[in-house]
Design a binder for this molecule. Structure first.
Ligand code: ADP
Ligand code: ZN
Length: 665
């Protein structure tokens, strides 16, 4: 193959363009697509990625490549194409998209690893596949048809909790391995789904690479190399694992596809579910999206024939779904002993459960002790200095903590606004629930699981280990206990407040509430002792709560789609959110106004909302204003915005960012 004379190089810059360099023939390795190069850029030396090879110069005399760093490409042709797609759909530069795909060691231009630490061989019992039941067999048949054809297709696997979805992933993956191919399974967060990961490791042993977000960089790089060489053929990891350099991609799985953590909040602001679908398309591989509560986006795709719906409607061993009892906290108020946040109903069920030597999970999506500190004088609450958010009292540390920016202060003795000195502590977090449960059932062994108690390495595994051995009767926890846990002795699940999410100013709050109740409820009754779920709420009539109590996803979907249609919200449309941030309030408002005028001028037909202050105006010391654009296609919105912003100068005191398909408005 004759050596190309020139290469197109992407350099990590927010700049959206490539640069051409000349090959001299003196480089350490021949230039190839996907290799890193050292190049001169202005007065610096930079690392870039070769994305095209060319025979002719495009400018008069392009500068010369300093060296080709890699013997083997770090990016495949497929991943380069995927980076291009991310660029076109999420308003970021090609450099930002490429860098999101690679481990830090590679990004910083390092050549090789110093030493390889030999890992202890994993000592895990291998688990044997179950014989699929009728429903599982029919789902597997569909997936296998697709695998045999070597075709791309998207499956939405809607299976109730405990219906055997994970077993389907495992068996489909096994087929992929036997075809000599590789696959990726995404999970929302490794530490939240230990049991799912464990099953993959025990089924596939050394062929699995498990990636986590908190992994040491050297370990991450080693796994990346193992995957690239084809030693690891099954990758399990969080959203960034979708970029794993697997050999011969044969299958992509997105478990709990409705989870918001699949969306990256910084540039590139991609959604891993959509990236998985595109990567499947590029590599001709099937994609399985699995959930007990599919996102409206995915179910809408299925309803429009854009993906194939496959369903599991029964729990394994025909266990019933647990009965969900809704407690109206307005009615229960009188019967409550003192001012406890635990209803009589919940405490009765829990007490009986503990006496019968069963286990329980008590869920509340708020950590801390009191969630706000109120001044009866002026009616205000103690707020974070940098955020528009009430500070949360943490009893163990005796501090007020902001859950957005982690600012900590000593609790004031007087109201910071009016000076009155009778502040009262209100609202309930997991610490308060734990304390109340200890008082109500002193004989129960209770543990708490939230990011405060689980900060130490290994704490999580230890607690779940103790729970499995029944050294603990009750776990009180945040979303950490909401999914993935499969303990047969858990017969009771309690939701302390189903309203916590409903009150957020977010169009997805109904969906989040439905998902959470369904997921948490799914932890109960997985053995053969039955299960009961107690949900406390002040708004039992809310449809998200009513439908979840009936285990009625379809009812919920229909009702929620009605309002999304009426209000023209996703999944009916795509949204681009333009966020303008500044330290000074007037600056943010003014810049947002200017940008909206520019958009009006350059895109006269666009459907624009705002500018308006963000639902939480102040965050981490920045004032924020938003402009929303609605459109039929992500790509179209991205392209138009690129035209709008082309040639505009960056201001130093205002930060503008674009989020396509944002998680919240
Ligand atoms: P899901 O992922 O839908 O919550 P799982 O795959 O975790 O469901 O299955 C629930 C439980 O049933 C697990 O303990 C699993 O090992 C078991 N299981 C799954 N499929 C079968 C089967 N065909 N026969 C017997 N047990 C099964
Ligand atoms: Zn704050």
């Amino acid at each position: 193959m004759p050596m190309p004379g020139y290469v197109e190089v992407v350099i990590k810059l927010p700049l959206d363009r490539t640069f051409q360099y000349k090959i001299t023939g003196k480089e350490s390795f021949p230039p190839e697509l996907g290799k890193r190069v050292k190049v001169p850029f202005r007065n610096y030396q930079k690392t870039g990625y070769i994305v095209a090879l060319e025979d002719a110069p495009q400018v008069e005399s392009p500068r010369e490549v300093i060296d080709v760093i890699d013997e083997q490409p770090v990016l495949s042709r497929e991943l380069i194409a995927l980076a291009g797609w991310i660029r076109d759909n999420y308003f970021c530069s090609m450099g930002e998209a490429i860098e999101a795909m690679l481990p830090g060691t590679i990004r910083r231009g390092k050549m090789t690893m110093r030493s390889r630490i030999k890992e202890e061989p994993r000592d895990v019992a291998s688990s044997r596949p179950h014989t699929p039941n009728t429903e599982q067999a029919s789902v597997l048949r569909e997936i296998r048809k697709c695998l045999a054809k070597g075709a791309h297709e998207v499956f939405l696997l809607h299976g109730i909790t405990g219906s055997g979805k994970t077993e389907i992933y495992l068996q489909a993956m096994e087929d992929v391995l036997s075809m000599g191919k590789s696959g990726v399974m995404l999970v929302p967060e490794i530490s939240l789904t230990p049991q799912t990961v464990e099953r993959f490791v025990s089924r596939f042993g050394d062929k699995v690479a498990v990636l986590h977000s908190r992994m040491l960089e050297s370990a991450r790089f080693e796994e990346w190399e193992r995957i690239k060489k084809g030693e690891a053929r099954v990758v399990v990891g969080p959203r960034s694992a979708i970029f794993s350099p697997i050999k011969d991609p044969g299958l992509f799985i997105v478990d709990e596809e409705h989870e918001p953590s699949y969306k990256q909040e910084d540039a590139p602001r991609y959604h891993a579910r959509d990236v998985a679908i595109e990567r499947g398309r590029l590599s001709g591989a099937p994609v399985i999206l699995g959930s007990a509560t599919p996102s409206l986006e995915s179910y809408y795709m299925a309803m429009n024939g854009k993906c194939k719906l496959v369903e599991l409607t029964q729990r394994i061993k025909e266990q019933e779904l647990p009965r969900i009892k809704i407690v109206d906290m307005r009615m229960d108020f009188d019967t409550r002993v003192g001012k406890t946040v635990i209803s009589k109903v919940m405490s009765d069920v829990l007490q009986k459960d503990v006496h019968d030597r069963k286990q329980a999970l008590i869920f509340l999506n708020r950590r801390g002790f009191s969630t706000f500190v109120l001044c009866p004088g002026c009616g205000g609450s103690v707020k974070c200095r940098k955020c528009d958010s009430p500070m949360v009292y943490h009893a163990e540390k005796g501090e007020l903590i902001c859950h957005y920016c982690n600012t900590r202060i000593v609790p004031p003795t007087k109201c910071p606004s009016c000076g009155k000195d009778e502040l009262s502590y209100k609202g309930t977090g997991t610490q308060k629930v734990e304390k109340e449960l200890r008082r109500i059932i002193p004989e129960a062994r209770i543990a708490r699981m939230d990011s405060d108690t689980m900060a130490k390495r290994g704490a999580h595994d230890r607690l779940l280990g103790d729970f499995k051995e029944h050294k603990i009767d009750v776990i009180v926890g945040t979303q950490m206990i909401a999914k993935g846990l499969d303990f047969p002795k858990v017969t009771m699940v309690g939701v302390v407040s189903a309203d916590a999410n409903l009150n957020l100013p977010d169009f997805r709050s109904g969906e989040r509430t439905f998902d959470l109740i369904t997921q948490v409820a799914g932890r109960a009754g997985r053995g053969d002792m039955g299960g009961e779920v107690v949900v406390q709420t002040f708004t039992p009539e809310h449809y998200a709560i009513a439908f979840s109590a009936k285990h009625d996803y379809h009812g919920f979907y229909a009702r929620e789609m009605e309002s999304r249609r009426e209000l023209m919200l996703p999944p009916v449309v795509h949204i681009a959110k333009i966020m303008v941030r500044a330290r000074k309030e007037e600056k943010a408002e003014k810049a947002a106004g200017d940008i909206s005028c520019m958009i009006r001028r350059k895109m006269p037909d666009v459907d624009m909302l705002g500018p308006a202050p963000a639902p939480m105006l102040k965050l981490r010391g920045y004032y924020r204003w938003n402009i929303l654009l609605r459109g039929e296609s992500r790509e179209d919105l991205t392209r138009k915005l690129r035209e709008v912003f082309a040639g505009t100068r960056k201001k130093t005191d205002v930060i503008v960012s674009v989020d396509i398909d944002p998680m919240s408005l």
